[in-house]
Design a protein. Structure first.
Length: 298
């Protein structure tokens, strides 16, 4: 059991999970706002031996080196790699601090967002139909860039509705091949696809000037990652054509300065943050705490 557990910012845990945190520590402190800087982060952690945080705060060496008692950091958000994490995992591990994160808790809402926006665009709901008259997803040539859990679910949903799926990933995937999805080099996928969905880890940029030249005109681009999948200058040049870009968050888009662009559709909300996603997140955070402490909480 921990002596003191501090959630240094809102964690999106549901009320039931927040109550269960008290089973893991003698003292629990939950903050309801985001800390302003490293000194405030360090002050909130204080002498705690366990820390929880979400994706809105960067927990790095400058704050952690002021907190000698920390032995566990629980990320209440996605952890794909140390490089893309909002915690300095390398420094934490050098101190013997265990860092855990979660994955695959908000994908269902993201899939619904992509399908919803694509249907509205194709059918012309509250806008002109993309092709001049209403059309279906049936027969759509859809390219998925990054076939992880989220990308795979988007591919499956589009395939169910009749789309032809191609994908680019680090390597060809046997399970995707079994479904009839074609693995293509990135440039070939961009050339062939009418709609491209980028489902990449944070800070992964694959679309540069040459890729936008391959993508060409009369295309739709979705980005469901946490940061832009492109270099901004060639991206804006590409948008000068008859093209559209959809992003759910400002982070995925690249900044508020792009919100008023006539070819950009940004919801300004994380479509993965649903009631069900918070329940999945809460369960996985508690599982990580149980795994570290050996305390099982029902």
């Amino acid at each position: 059991m921990f002596q003191k557990l501090v959630a240094i910012e809102p964690t999106s845990l549901n009320p039931s999970a927040e109550r269960k945190l008290y089973s893991f520590a003698n003292e629990v402190i939950l903050y309801s706002d985001i800390p302003g800087d490293d000194n405030e982060i360090a002050a909130r952690i204080g002498d705690a031996d366990a820390v929880l945080l979400s994706y809105t705060t960067q927990l790095g060496k400058a704050a952690l080196e002021q907190c000698p008692n920390v032995k566990y950091i629980g990320m209440c958000n996605s952890l794909y790699s140390p490089e893309s994490a909002n915690v300095d995992i390398y420094y934490a591990n050098s101190r013997g601090i265990t860092v855990t994160g979660i994955r695959d808790y908000g994908d269902e809402g993201v899939v619904e967002y992509v399908i919803s926006e694509l249907v509205r665009c194709f059918h012309g709901f509250d806008q002109e139909p993309w092709d001049g008259m209403a059309r279906e997803i049936t027969g759509l040539k859809a390219g998925i860039v990054g076939l992880g859990k989220s990308g795979g679910m988007i591919a499956d949903a589009l395939h169910f509705l009749g789309a032809e799926i191609t994908y680019f990933a680090r390597s060809e995937k046997a399970e995707a091949k079994a479904k009839g999805y074609r693995f293509l080099p990135l440039d070939n996928l961009l050339e062939e696809s009418e709609v491209v969905c980028c489902c990449l880890n944070r800070n992964t940029v694959l679309l540069h000037a040459s890729q936008f030249e391959k993508l060409g005109n009369k295309k739709i681009l979705f980005n469901t990652g946490l940061s832009p999948a492109w270099d901004e200058e060639p991206f804006l040049k590409w948008l000068e054509g008859d093209n559209l870009c959809f992003c759910d968050t400002v982070g995925a888009l690249g900044g508020e300065h792009l919100l008023d662009h006539p070819k950009i559709r940004c919801m300004q909300v994380s479509t993965g943050r649903t009631r069900q996603a918070f329940d999945r997140l809460s369960e996985k955070v508690l599982q990580n705490l149980s795994g570290f402490t050996g305390i099982n909480v029902r």
